[in-house]
Design a binder for this molecule. Structure first.
Ligand code: HEC
Ligand code: HEC
Ligand code: HEC
Ligand code: HEC
Ligand code: HEC
Length: 396
């Protein structure tokens, strides 16, 4: 543990996530609306816009829980998580001196509190996170993510996918990671998510089996013709462009879940075989620990349900002495039961003796029962079942 701390301190002085202050004209998405209204509106609906702890119950309760169990101040944990959830924060680490200040209630006007409470960062992953990345440092150790993996452009320089864009409001520059190599942008944060004990509980970059599509093709949609900006810069017209949506649609909305997995089913003697196939280039579930797939089986006879069974595919996390915990405090985790990228998983269940047919439904949940109850989550979305697929079969 100590060694890890020394290493972290050393590394932060070598690489040092360097803070670049964003001036008021660019801090908030509100400032972009005059010329990029559609993009701002789409982004506002996305969960990138909810990545600040104030806007995500699961995230904020996880912070409180980590702080309580690791005897740290909630603000120190917030700074730690900000690496990916709030990477434009003005402080990048907190030390023992801050913990002492908190204990003595002298933290009120500290730099740390100011940085955390600043309205500049309450939009979470907003425009000036992705579009102010100057360089992604692939040479850095795999564990360096979010703000520790990038350097920022000067305030007011927006990087984007076009090499011929000009704007009267801000400077523009082309970057490959906004265009042909956009997966690299996503992997700045969507990779190597670790517990405070260093256990990597999910690593989308490692499991990724790239085919023809990039992350943006599915999560921002295919390119369509439109405009990047509504400002009339092209002979009195807005310039026509091939653009994508800024929806970043994912696991919290029903849309993309339909048929996200293929379902196949057959009978072998007195067993029912269920094959779950994943055509996506990353595992499902993935992204965050404690996500869950639920396979519900209903055996019928004469259109009446005679027996039911439910199979949960999820991962459990433990700390000291096998105590159940949340991913971020885990020392160990149960076996990976997700459906591998471009792969499949076979489930075998005993057929109910008197059934003449069976119906199987597959759902997804954002949080399994264990973590749901540890954190006492209240909002409906955390227990919602997102429908994925279903199939029926006559039985012999
Ligand atoms: C998570 C990263 C991310 C965030 C946050 C983000 N963008 Fe983008 N943006 C991208 C990517 C990637 C592209 C390139 C899409 C493509 O292939 O055309 C892009 C493209 C654009 C373009 C060019 C038009 C287009 O669709 O290609 C504009 C303008 C733009 N973004 C503005 C914004 C504004 C304004 C915000 C804040 C409301 C924002 N972006 C937030 C990643 C992001
Ligand atoms: C006064 C209008 C205006 C405002 C306000 C404005 N932009 Fe732009 N922006 C433009 C124009 C014009 C372009 C170029 C569009 C084109 O060439 O198709 C552009 C292009 C971009 C691009 C693409 C750059 C590239 O090289 O591909 C990004 C990213 C972007 N803006 C982000 C932002 C962000 C973030 C904000 C808010 C902080 C913002 N803009 C505010 C007018 C504006
Ligand atoms: C600066 C870090 C960062 C970058 C860069 C980033 N993301 Fe994210 N992304 C996050 C975080 C943090 C969340 C979780 C937000 C929450 O749920 O509170 C998230 C959530 C998501 C989700 C889940 C949305 C949902 O509804 O479940 C999708 C999809 C996603 N990101 C796609 C992308 C894609 C595609 C890119 C690259 C163009 C990208 N992200 C770049 C940090 C990032
Ligand atoms: C071929 C389309 C496709 C590509 C490419 C793709 N995804 Fe996904 N992704 C999906 C589908 C479908 C889902 C499940 C449905 C949903 O989240 O709405 C998903 C789910 C996710 C989730 C939520 C996972 C969970 O179990 O909670 C995240 C985060 C995510 N993708 C990020 C990414 C990132 C980052 C990339 C690039 C490295 C990427 N995706 C590439 C289709 C794709
Ligand atoms: C390496 C970058 C990174 C760091 C550091 C990080 N996260 Fe995240 N976090 C993500 C990404 C990316 C997602 C989105 C994954 C998805 O949607 O499946 C996410 C999602 C989450 C979620 C799920 C939110 C939801 O709405 O479903 C929780 C809870 C969470 N993080 C807690 C934390 C806590 C607590 C910390 C600090 C102790 C932290 N994270 C630090 C990258 C990070």
């Amino acid at each position: 543990m100590k060694l890890l701390l020394v290493f972290a301190l050393l590394a932060s002085t070598i690489y040092g996530a360097r803070v670049v202050e964003v001036s008021k004209e660019y801090q908030k998405s509100q400032k972009c609306k005059a010329c990029h209204l559609k993009i701002v509106k789409e982004w506002e609906e996305s969960w990138h816009a909810k990545s600040h702890y104030d806007k995500d119950e699961y995230f904020s309760k996880s912070i409180e829980y980590v702080a309580r169990k690791s005897r740290k101040s909630p603000n120190s944990v917030k700074v730690q998580c900000a690496t990916c959830h709030n990477p434009r924060i003005a402080v990048t680490t907190t030390g023992l001196d801050y913990e002492i200040k908190v204990l003595m209630e002298l933290d009120k006007n500290s730099k740390v509190n100011e940085a955390i409470e600043s309205s500049a960062i309450n939009e979470g992953i907003n425009c000036v996170v992705c579009h102010n990345i100057d360089k992604i440092h692939h040479d850095r150790d795999d564990t360096f993510r979010g703000m520790d993996r990038v350097s920022w452009t000067e305030s007011g320089l927006m990087v984007g996918p076009f090499d011929d864009a000009t704007s009267p409001y801000h400077k523009t520059e082309y970057r490959k990671f906004m265009d042909k190599e956009s997966d690299k942008l996503c992997f700045v944060c969507h990779a190597n998510d670790r517990s405070v004990n260093g256990l990597v509980f999910v690593d989308m970059q490692k499991e990724y089996k790239k085919q023809d599509k990039a992350c943006v093709d599915c999560h921002m949609g295919e390119k369509t013709s439109g405009v990047a900006s509504t400002l009339k810069t092209d002979n009195g017209q807005a310039k026509k462009r091939e653009v994508r949506g800024h929806t970043f649609r994912g696991s919290h909305t029903q849309d993309m879940w339909i048929n996200a997995l293929n379902l196949d089913m057959w009978q072998e003697k007195d067993e029912l075989i269920i094959a779950l196939k994943n055509p996506q280039p990353h595992n499902i579930p993935s992204g965050f620990g404690s996500r869950e797939l639920i396979v519900e089986i209903a055996y019928m006879r004469h259109n009446k349900v005679v027996d039911t069974k439910s199979i949960s595919l999820t991962r459990y996390y433990t700390r000291r002495k096998d105590k159940p915990t949340i991913p971020h405090l885990a020392e160990e985790m149960s076996e990976d039961v997700s459906i591998p990228a471009n792969g499949e998983k076979i489930l075998k269940v005993k057929k109910a003796a008197d059934a003449s047919s069976v119906e199987v439904k597959v759902y997804y949940r954002l949080v399994n029962d264990e973590v749901h109850s540890i954190l006492d989550l209240r909002e409906a979305i955390w227990s919602k079942k997102f429908f994925i697929n279903s199939k029926s079969l006559e039985l012999k």
